[in-house]
Design a protein around this ligand. Structure first.
Ligand SMILES: [Zn+2]
Length: 197
């Protein structure tokens, strides 16, 4: 029987807003691609045990965002993932994202991506803001901030992988994304440094 720790429960409760259930299905599909069908089933069963019934959830439904927080905590524990493992799931899920479909359709530049970051965030989240606060093409670096959003450290690792994949897709170069400030580490916002070759 899957159980959250007290701390995990508190983080789930503190994460406000709604989310497009599509992100849940993309993440589960990512898990299946990396770890196989059986592991996906284990994650779905643990979600059920924790009180999140996925079978009743439509593909385009609007759900509380903390369902997603719960999924990220559950997959980390059930699949025994380290930070890199969670990033990998983020990357795999990003391949299926709205944003990547948009990017591939319009062959966007990094500038367009930067300008549309928050619109892309809004496709999934109705709460929080995603803003690119620094973008330096010469130095090959950008800083993105997620404000007004709680989550869980597993969500931060997931976003690192997710952002890495999206920027990689647009640039076609090796990308690294690491969080440099985080509310879980005493910071004000989730701040991500993205660098590329
Ligand atoms: Zn964070």
């Amino acid at each position: 029987m899957f159980q959250f720790t007290q701390e995990e429960k508190e983080n789930i409760q503190k994460t406000e807003g709604t989310y497009s259930s599509r992100g849940i299905w993309d993440t589960l599909a990512g898990i299946e691609t990396i770890f196989g069908k059986e592991k996906r089933k284990e994650v779905e069963e643990a979600m059920g045990e924790a009180g999140y019934n996925l079978s009743k959830m439509g593909k385009g439904a609007t759900i509380p965002v903390n369902y997603f927080t719960a999924l990220l905590i559950i997959q980390k524990k059930v699949l025994n993932l380290d930070d890199e493992g969670v990033r990998r799931v983020g990357k795999e899920s990003a391949k299926l994202s709205f944003l990547l479909k948009f990017a591939s359709r319009f062959l966007v530049s990094l500038e367009v991506l930067v300008d549309n970051a928050n619109n892309a965030w809004r496709k999934y989240y109705n709460h929080g803001e995603l803003e690119v606060v620094e973008f330096n093409k010469e130095q090959k670096r950008a800083i993105a901030e997620v404000k007004d959003f709680w989550g869980h450290p597993a969500h931060c690792r997931y976003l690192e992988g997710y952002f890495e994949k999206i920027v990689f897709f647009v640039l076609g170069r090796k990308v690294k994304c690491r969080e440099v400030e985080c509310p879980f580490e005493g910071g004000k916002v989730h701040k991500f440094l993205i660098t590329w070759e």
